[in-house]
Design a protein around this ligand. Structure first.
Ligand SMILES: NC(=O)c1ccc[n+]([C@@H]2O[C@H](COP(=O)([O-])OP(=O)(O)OC[C@H]3O[C@@H](n4cnc5c(N)ncnc54)[C@H](OP(=O)(O)O)[C@@H]3O)[C@@H](O)[C@H]2O)c1
Length: 353
């Protein structure tokens, strides 16, 4: 039975019923794995996907669970739902879930910029969680935003962040299973000397052995939507509406792990040594900055399948003591989506049980 506490909600310890919606996708499946690995205190786990996937077996610890159809799923039967669907489906089904009294952590961009919905990175703004309790809705930020918010918040606390230039190098898993399959297919055909069919998931541009300066659709101003997610989400999470954010988002032929070259400008001088020490002590961050060949993080050598956000190549701007350059790498499906969502849920459980 659900009970209501003084904040309007409470979770019943020992009877926590959880759903993962989009459980057959990259993010959903990783949420299921992480719930098992971190022994999330749930009693019942429901896996939900499209009607076409009904009955798909998905391992959960030692058990194998089977997916149910979103079309017939009753959200009143669960206390907490992780949504890992595209934006349109979230817009349609999240309200159904919250109106049924279910807490929702949504991975799409549907509600991220809604002022009434907290956009949460637990290491950065956990205090915003309580603001989401009345509606029962919490948004998980974009995959690149999460890692950058953790790193930039740490540096902002040291020297007052004024402006940040970012070039991302984003893996194809950021486009879901279709992205992984698209790159595998293209690379295989290219290596076998065969022509490739341009893939709609990469806007009809060859992805294998290429670099594409477009992620998501173009907005009227010439910016891509992925770039504007970074701008708007960083300002919201860091609570810095006047922060200058100047990104270029690029898709690269890497399977897992997003990287970013970051050029940050501060109000006060900040030395690499000071930044390195603060980042090394920051929750969820690991500094790898050896200044030797391979002494820096890369998606393949460090990020894929790891929980930490890796930082390297920390160096002073050549011209100003208030400028610092760095390189940030993390697993976009784990910390960039599934792990962050589970960490939000862990904090909610602490608040509500
Ligand atoms: N991938 C990342 O790195 C990443 C990072 C941050 C945020 N996100 C966001 O997380 C969300 C999920 O991304 P993903 O990468 O996991 O995508 P994905 O691998 O393409 O998975 C999509 C999921 O949606 C389900 N789905 C599709 N149509 C459906 C329908 N009509 N009814 C019910 N379920 C349906 C699919 O189920 P079927 O298998 O049954 O079709 C699948 O479980 C997206 O909003 C994405 O932008 C992704």
């Amino acid at each position: 039975m659900k009970s209501r506490g003084t904040e309007g909600r409470a979770l019943d310890p020992g009877h926590l019923r959880v759903a993962v919606v989009g459980a057959t996708g990259l993010v959903g499946q990783t949420i299921v794995e992480i719930l098992a690995d971190r022994a999330f205190p749930l009693d019942v786990l429901e896996l939900v996907a499209s009607p076409e996937s009904v009955g798909t077996p998905i391992p959960f610890g030692a058990q194998t669970l089977r997916t149910r159809s979103l079309d017939t799923f009753d959200f009143a039967s669960v206390d907490l739902a992780f949504f890992a669907l595209d934006t349109e489906l979230s817009e349609r089904h999240v309200p159904e879930a919250t109106e049924a009294g279910c807490l929702v952590i949504d991975n799409s961009r549907a509600f991220r910029l809604d002022p009434a919905v907290p956009l949460v990175v637990p290491e950065v703004n956990p205090e915003t969680l309580r603001q989401g309790l009345a509606r029962g809705l919490f948004a998980n930020p974009n995959c690149s935003t999460i890692a950058l918010a953790v790193v930039l918040k740490c540096l902002d606390d040291l020297a007052g962040l004024k402006r940040v230039e970012i070039a991302t190098y984003q893996s194809v898993s950021g486009a879901g299973r279709a992205g992984l399959e698209g790159l595998s297919r293209e690379a295989g055909r290219r290596l076998n000397g065969l022509d490739i069919e341009p893939d709609a998931v990469f806007y009809g541009v060859p992805m294998a052995f290429n670099v594409i300066p477009q992620i998501d659709t173009f907005e009227g101003s010439g910016w891509t939507r992925e770039e504007m997610k970074l701008v708007c989400e960083l300002k919201k999470i860091l609570e810095r509406p006047a922060l200058e954010v100047n990104p270029t988002a690029v898709r690269v032929p890497v399977f897992y792990g997003h990287a970013a070259a970051v050029h940050a400008r501060f109000r006060e001088p900040l030395t690499p040594a000071h930044a390195r020490a603060a980042l090394a002590a920051a929750e969820g961050v690991r500094v790898i900055d050896e200044r030797t060949p391979g002494g820096y993080p890369t998606p393949v050598t460090h990020a894929a399948l790891r929980d930490e956000i890796f930082v390297g190549r920390i160096r002073q701007d050549l011209d100003v003591p208030e400028g610092l350059n760095l390189w940030v790498v993390s697993d976009n499906v784990r910390k960039g989506a599934a792990l962050n969502a589970v960490q939000i849920a862990e904090r909610l459980v602490k608040i509500l049980i």
